[in-house]
Design a protein around this ligand. Sequence first.
Ligand SMILES: NC(=O)NC(NC(N)=O)C(=O)[O-]
Ligand SMILES: [Zn+2]
Ligand SMILES: [Zn+2]
Length: 418
Amino acid sequence: MSGPGTEASRHARAAEEMLELLEELAAFSAPGEGITRLLYTPEWSRAQSFLKERMETLGLSAYADGVGNVFGRLPGTEEDGRVILTGSHIDTVVSGGRYDGAYGVASGIAALAHLRRTYGPPRRTLEAVSFAEEEGSRFPLTFWGSGHVAGRYAGPEAAAVSDASGIALKHAMEDCGFGGYSPGSLKRSDIAAYIELHIEQGITLERTGTEIGIVTAIAGQRRYEVRLTGSANHAGTTPMGLRRDGLAGAAEMLAHLEHCALEAGDPLVATAGRLDVKPNTSNVIPGEVSFSLDIRHSDEAELERFCAAVAADFGQIAARRGLGLELIPRLRAQPAPMDAPLCASIEAVCGRQGRPSRRMVSGAGHDAQLLAPRCRAAMIFVPSRDGISHSPLEHTPPEELAAGLDVLIGLLYELAYC
Ligand SMILES: NC(=O)NC(NC(N)=O)C(=O)[O-]
Ligand SMILES: [Zn+2]
Ligand SMILES: [Zn+2]
């Protein structure tokens, strides 16, 4: 028998390439703890250029699209215009780790290089991708890369949002040499399948001693910015009964949110991760407060019901306190089931390679979620040590990273060569 499923040891060179790419990518970071590679920053730009060059060196034909997604193409011999795409995102959260996103990008490139070297051109076209942005860490939009490919964004959104220092997304993008595209033109209808390899970012695989997670669905997400307007006034001269205190209002809302989320129970999760207080000084009643909301559930109807109830309750709290309230939607990502036949194929590859696997739901959002309504999509997870991610402590041992790459190679071989 031949083929990658039975010859995992053949992938040693690919694993080395993947680990080397991860090491090299880690150098593209803003100063500070861990890895910080935010969209359209110099370190982001250099990382994408580096990947593009490396793709070329490894025999892929590389190109970038209008928002800076970078692709490496391995054309198929039976060119039918359809593409099997694999990869993940290049951006990180602030002070993130080395693996979230970067692992899927490095593995996609190493897998295609390996397949080309070992088997020559595939029957069906393969592409590796490094998506521009997924995390929503610099601008209040998420999935900026895959969102364009999936037709979720068309372009004009870039003029409407700015980063914390007031730089418009549109200008940041243009400064990096991107953005000159007509609205909607980056949407791709040629993608037949999208496979994303990623760290689990949870503790399930480690706890159960499982090498490979097969994602059956990705939870839905809603993100909002909540803005409260009260009145700033003197902390010593304003009686308690006459105050319109934005921060006291926010505190009541957040305590209520936590109570409701606990009552709703798993898998509902609700988080307010960012709080801005103005003027943020000890002897002034806070007149303007804003905070972020991130609410998730794997069932769309439950998610919708919870968000509507929270919005109504926030309205009542604001009205009682005489506060102005704005609830600005920032993200609406539906729960995304992964392709069942692809899940079965991944399971079969794991079986052939003798790797324990289990099916699981992802609470974290992924580019695959955006692609899933457009094409067959699947995700392969490897363990995250102590379940930690979005942290400099993010870690997966090399042999576990290599195991995920083996499975990816096995699946791509089946999809593109058989
Ligand atoms: N895999 C992730 O860390 N994704 C994160 N980012 C998005 N956009 O979902 C998240 O918050 O879950
Ligand atoms: Zn992440
Ligand atoms: Zn990620």
